[in-house]
Every structure is written in structure tokens, then in C-alpha cells.
Design a protein around this ligand. Structure first.
Ligand SMILES: [Zn+2]
Length: 454
């Protein structure tokens, strides 16, 4: 049986008291990787223990199997449980044992027709929905299904309290964004993603992986099987053990790949549809995002996949396709609501969190409010002055200048390690004096004293 963490127990208690207060539907929000299934299993255990019936459903078969495992581990009385995919439940209405409680996982799907049909059929049965992020592309809220929302701790808290691994994010925009076209569901069409992915130089993917995450157990998220295969090939050409797996991979082969990934024989696992909610490889410490998306849910599920907690683990997220520019950092404070989101659904405050920027030197994604990059020490102040001088300067240009700046910075750092008595020019004294916080006249006097100024 799982020992629940305090915050998980709070969710259990909160859900129960919200139902006791007469709420017909209660939505429970707990970030990806925070152990939602433990909370679900505990609620199911408490319910079935009293001989009451639980109906649990979710949209994917793998998740059905996973929750069954959690229920068994938690000692849930399975005789009092119906656990199925949402499709199966909808086809068996009237034949299933009447539930006393309905539990739905990944509830952001729960406005879909099939879900509503089930809720309508059991309109007098209380329901609990669970989600990592109550957010839908359409902007529609959840008010018609849930009347109360209970929020667990946010990502920042979970990192601080060693429930999720801390992360560093690097951001690029490798592909040509002008290829991307929104479809009727609000996210990019597969066809446009095909065209987009052709503009990505495969070698760049490998290069940044080697730079930031060399040797790490890595999951790569692509938009299609074909592209995932191409990326795996590119890794293999660079002598890195990589494989592709998808939902159509024969089961035996898939099991082999998964087990090789778990043991570390495969370093890089490329996929498009396989590793979503619930996939658990705790020592995977790197994720590469190659699928641009307008869905905050997809973004959080994919980017946070490498943040499962392990002692001393840190995670690296390499976003190659600019999703961070739409949604900010995974640990941004987001205000969830049951209400509809109005205006432009993807750009609402609350979705993206505080403003962010990319460090032109190390490509780290950091808060826009920072003057220095916490990852490499790069000073934005210096750069800001330059931009002010040349208003037309754009981020692209900063990136081009990064190498030059890095070299200059390196020279300056070398200078700081030297004894000033070895300096041979006023310029060296000036750089040193500035870095040390001396007054402007200091360099001039020292240089004069050394006979460098006549
Ligand atoms: Zn940096």
C-alpha cells in the first residue's frame, strides 16, 4: 500500500469534503508527475471498502492497465470497481453495475461527447475528475461538469519539496514557423507539421543534445512516426543508441524497446504517440521537444516527462521548436479556472506565466526579469545598452553575436585572474577596474603610474 504524502492526503480529504458539501462534480488538479494515481487509488479504496461501487474511466487503454496496477497496490476491492476506457463504458451503459462514485482521469478530455453521454446517463452519481492541467484548446471551461475545483501544490512547490526533479530548459526555434497552420481543433495540422519538420536540420538536434545532455536517458517527442524514425536514424548515425517506437509497433518489439530503454541499453527513445500520460521511467532525465503545439496540456505532459523525482536528479528540457515562447517555463505559476477562457485562448495570462527570454549565450530559457543568466552568467545589461544604441537589433542578431561575446567575456575572465602588475595597457586596467568596481579614474592612475600613459 502506498504511503500518501501530506499533499496527496489533502487532496483525498478535500475531494471527499467537497462531495459531502453537495457538489455533484469536483475537479482535482495535480501537476504531471505528482502522483495523481495514488490519490485516485486511495479514494477508490475508501469508497469500495464500504461496499460501494466505483466506476473509473479514461481515454487510453494503457492508462486503464496502469490504474488497475495502482488499485491492486493500494488494496482496492476490485469486485466493487469497473475500470474501462471511456468508449467501452459508453457502449455498456445500462449493463454495468450502478456506481456510487465516478472517477475520471485526464479530465481535460471530459467535455467530449462520449464523456457527456456517460455523465448524463449517471446524472445522479457524484463524479471526481483528475487532471494535470484543466485547459482545453477550445478555451471552453468545465463548469457544466464540475462545480468545484481542488488544486494540489504547484510545480515550483513540488520541486522545492523534492517531489519533482529540478530542471533547466534550453530553447531554440529550429524549424520554419511560417510552415505551421492551425487546424479546426486549434492545434497545428499534421500536414503543416510535416512541412515544418523538413526545415529542421537533423544535425542541430544532435549537436544541442551533445552539448547539454550528452549520455542522458532521453525521450524525443515528434509529431509523426516517420519523423520520429528519421530523428532516431540521425542519432544512430552519430553513434548514439536510439530507437523509435509508436502505438503500431508490434507489441513484442515495443516491449523489447521499452525494456532496453529502462535498462539504459537504448539512450534515446523517439516517439510521437507512445509516451504520454502515465509512462514511467524515473531515471529519464532529458526530453527533446520537436513537435510544435498550441496545447498547454501537451506541452506540460511532454516537457515534464523527465522530471520524475529521484534523489540528486536534475532534468534537462531541450525545446527545439519554440513551444516555450507560447507557454513559458513548465513551473510558471498558472491560474486554473473552471470558467471559459475568453479572447485568444492560447495567449491568456495564466497560460504562459511570467515573461521569459532566451539567453543568447547558452540558449537557456529564463525569466525575462533577470539581468544576468543564472546558467552561464551572461549579462543582459550589457546587451541591453547595445540594443538601445541600435533599435533595429533583433533577437536573431543577438544569437549571431553570442560567439563573439563569449570570446570577449572569456578574455575578460582571463584578465581578471591576472595580477594587475602584469598589465601592459590602459585598456587592460580599465576592464579590470570596471569588473572590480573601482572608480573610473583608478585605471588611468594605475596606467600612468606604470608609465603606460605619457
Ligand atoms: Zn546563459
Amino acid at each position: 500500500m502506498y504511503q500518501l504524502f501530506d499533499y496527496q492526503q489533502k487532496l483525498v480529504d478535500g475531494a471527499r469534503s467537497a462531495l459531502a458539501q453537495g457538489n455533484k462534480g469536483v475537479l482535482i488538479v495535480s501537476p504531471p508527475g505528482s502522483g495523481k494515481s495514488v490519490v485516485i487509488a486511495e479514494i477508490a479504496r475508501l469508497t469500495t471498502e464500504k461496499g460501494r461501487q466505483v466506476l473509473f474511466f479514461v481515454h487510453r487503454k494503457e492508462l486503464v492497465n496502469q490504474i488497475k496496477d495502482s488499485f491492486v497496490a493500494q488494496g482496492v476491492n476490485l469486485n466493487n470497481c469497473t475500470i474501462m476506457t471511456v468508449g467501452k463504458v459508453a457502449n455498456r451503459l445500462g449493463y454495468l453495475p450502478k456506481p456510487n462514485l465516478i472517477i475520471v482521469d485526464e479530465s481535460q478530455h471530459s467535455r467530449a461527447k462520449t464523456y457527456l453521454k456517460i455523465f448524463k446517463f449517471y446524472s445522479d452519481v457524484p463524479r471526481l475528475g483528475f487532471t494535470g492541467s484543466p485547459w482545453r484548446l477550445s478555451g471552453k471551461g468545465f463548469k457544466d461538469i464540475y462545480s468545484a475545483m481542488i488544486e494540489g501544490p504547484n510545480v515550483k512547490w513540488l520541486i522545492k519539496n523534492h517531489k519533482l526533479a529540478p530542471f533547466t530548459m534550453y530553447g531554440y526555434r529550429l524549424g520554419d514557423d511560417s510552415q505551421l497552420k492551425l487546424g479546426s481543433n486549434g492545434d497545428y495540422t499534421n500536414k503543416s507539421l510535416d512541412a515544418f519538420s523538413q526545415t529542421i536540420i537533423r544535425g542541430d538536434i544532435i549537436k544541442s543534445w551533445k552539448r547539454f545532455a550528452n549520455g542522458r536517458k532521453t525521450i524525443v517527442y515528434c509529431h509523426s512516426v516517420q519523423f520520429a524514425k528519421e530523428v532516431a536514424n540521425a542519432f544512430r548515425r552519430a553513434n548514439i543508441n536510439a530507437e523509435e517506437a509508436d502505438s503500431k509497433t508490434p507489441e513484442k518489439e515495443r516491449d523489447r524497446i521499452m525494456s532496453d530503454f529502462k535498462t539504459g541499453k537504448i539512450k534515446v527513445l523517439c516517439n510521437c504517440d507512445l509516451i504520454s500520460e502515465g509512462f514511467n521511467v524515473p531515471d529519464c532525465s532529458c526530453v527533446i521537444l520537436l513537435r510544435p503545439t498550441e496545447s498547454l496540456v501537451v506541452y506540460l505532459q511532454q516537457s515534464m516527462r523527465c522530471m520524475r523525482y529521484q534523489p540528486d536528479k536534475d532534468a534537462i528540457i531541450i525545446d527545439q521548436v519554440g513551444n516555450f515562447t507560447r507557454f513559458g517555463l513548465p513551473d510558471a505559476d498558472r491560474e486554473w479556472t473552471l470558467e471559459d477562457r475568453i479572447k485568444h485562448p492560447q495567449r491568456e495570462g495564466g497560460s504562459a506565466g511570467p515573461a521569459i527570454k532566451t539567453c543568447p549565450q547558452c540558449f537557456g530559457v529564463i525569466l525575462a526579469s533577470l539581468h544576468d543568466c543564472p546558467l552561464c552568467g551572461y549579462s543582459f545589461e550589457t546587451e541591453f545598452r547595445k540594443i538601445a544604441q541600435d533599435r533595429r537589433a533583433e533577437l536573431e542578431k543577438i544569437n549571431l553575436n553570442a560567439k563573439e561575446l563569449r570570446e570577449r567575456k572569456k578574455k575578460e575572465q582571463e584578465l581578471l585572474l591576472r595580477d594587475p602588475s602584469t598589465f601592459t595597457s590602459l585598456k587592460e586596467f580599465a576592464i579590470y577596474g570596471k569588473a572590480m568596481g573601482h572608480k573610473p579614474g583608478w585605471a588611468w592612475h594605475r596606467a600612468k603610474a606604470k608609465g603606460l600613459i605619457r
